[in-house]
Design a protein around this ligand. Structure first.
Ligand code: SAM
Ligand code: SF4
Length: 363
């Protein structure tokens, strides 16, 4: 029987080590969570940073088999938040001292969209004289587009690889040039070269996914030397092709536990990165984000999307907070976070320490 304590004390982890750690349960699993909490405390501190989330548009040119807003889903009403509402949401984030926002959207690469995002970034940057840090999550774009957005003032970008296993990637996407594994990886490198703090992640508990895949995902993050991660359980959606495999999935509670374990292991592997406690974790367990904070996560993305759009941004079923503004209620969030022993990094961008360290010139 492998000794979990001695594996956890190693500096480097092999694929075989990760498989052992991923298979842990009970007291062994608890050891992983405790180690991750300890590393979080010493490496990034017990501070949680807010990124006010604006789900800008559900108009998407892609057809990912898992996603409720995929192009072919004709059951939803398509929307794009208007400029005034975006600025209002950003102003709200600023007024609440959140310090950062995330603009997430379906993927479009037409000129109108690219320009619209660039103009919005410039407007948001005027609030408080550049006080708000901006993260984008608008999918794969040309290197030129990434550069335009970077120059306009975005400094972080989230693009999940979804899975680092090319075969699995092909099973969960249509087979065409728009959904190409190598292009996705290339986009991640383009983002790095442009100068962004780069975040990626995977869905956990996908049909056909194995522990072997998840161990490789963790090693992929390390190899790519990411600055941020956003990961969460895969949650099925009836109006998507992957729904047909629902009866092959891990039960939701197990998917959630596995997601927590992956958050913890990533904190152990990549000590100074930022890790989000994602909405998908909260979907399965109302305390899901808080539990993720206790096992290594240090970023929360309160939803600031105007209420009238939220029911049309259902990536998966039972997404929380679609009919209440509670998520943006500072007092509720504060109380929930304080209960985890964390404090909130108000008025701080809370950039990835890992990214900052990479940029310190070596003497
Ligand atoms: N369109 C951009 C992209 O795909 O990178 C950004 C928005 S997309 C909705 C953000 C993330 O939602 C995806 O990277 C994917 O991991 C996640 N997502 C989509 N469908 C999901 C599902 N059924 N369960 C869990 N996460 C899902
Ligand atoms: Fe579009 Fe992103 Fe959903 Fe894929 S995951 S269908 S790119 S919104």
């Amino acid at each position: 029987m492998a000794n979990i304590t001695s594996i956890l004390n190693q500096q480097y982890f092999s694929h075989a080590d990760l498989i052992i750690l991923l298979k842990t349960e009970g007291a062994d699993q608890k050891q992983i969570f405790e180690k991750a909490a300890e590393i979080k405390k010493t490496e990034v501190g017990n501070k949680v940073y807010f990124r006010g989330l604006i789900e800008y548009s559900n108009i998407c040119s892609k057809d990912c088999f898992y996603c409720g807003v995929r192009k072919s889903n004709s059951n939803i009403q398509r929307y794009q938040v208007n400029d005034e509402e975006v600025i209002q949401a950003a102003q709200f984030a600023y007024d609440q001292n959140f310090a950062s926002i995330v603009i997430q959207s379906g993927e479009r690469s037409d000129k109108t969209f690219v320009k619209k995002i660039e103009n919005l970034i410039r407007e948001i940057k005027k609030i408080g004289n550049g006080a708000l840090g901006i993260t984008l999550s608008c999918g794969e774009q040309s290197k030129e587009t990434y550069k335009h957005w970077f120059d306009a003032g975005v400094h972080r970008y989230l693009l999940r690889i979804e899975t680092s296993n090319e075969d699995l990637y092909q099973k969960i996407h249509p087979q065409n040039n728009k959904h190409n594994f190598n292009k996705r990886i290339q986009s991640l490198y383009h983002l790095k070269e442009t100068g962004f703090q780069v975040g990626t992640g995977v869905m956990i508990g996908l049909p056909f996914q194995t522990l072997d895949d998840l161990a490789n995902d963790l090693l992929f993050f390390k190899k790519l030397d990411i600055d941020m991660a956003g990961m969460g359980p895969y949650i099925e959606h009836k109006q998507t092709p992957l729904y047909q495999y629902s009866d092959t999935l891990l039960p939701l509670k197990e998917r959630f536990q596995l997601s927590l374990k992956i958050v913890a292991l990533l904190r152990i592997l990549m000590k100074g990165i930022n890790i989000a406690a994602t909405t998908a974790m909260q979907t399965i367990d109302p305390e899901g984000r808080e539990k993720a904070l206790l096992t290594g996560a240090n970023v929360i993305m309160p939803n600031l999307t105007p209420l009238k759009y939220r029911e049309d941004y259902l990536l998966y079923e039972d997404k929380p907070c679609i009919d209440e503004e509670a998520d943006a209620c500072k007092n509720c969030l504060e109380a929930r976070i304080h209960r985890t022993g964390n404090e909130i990094g108000y008025n701080e961008w809370g950039d990835s320490l890992h990214f900052k360290k990479k940029r310190v010139p070596i003497k």
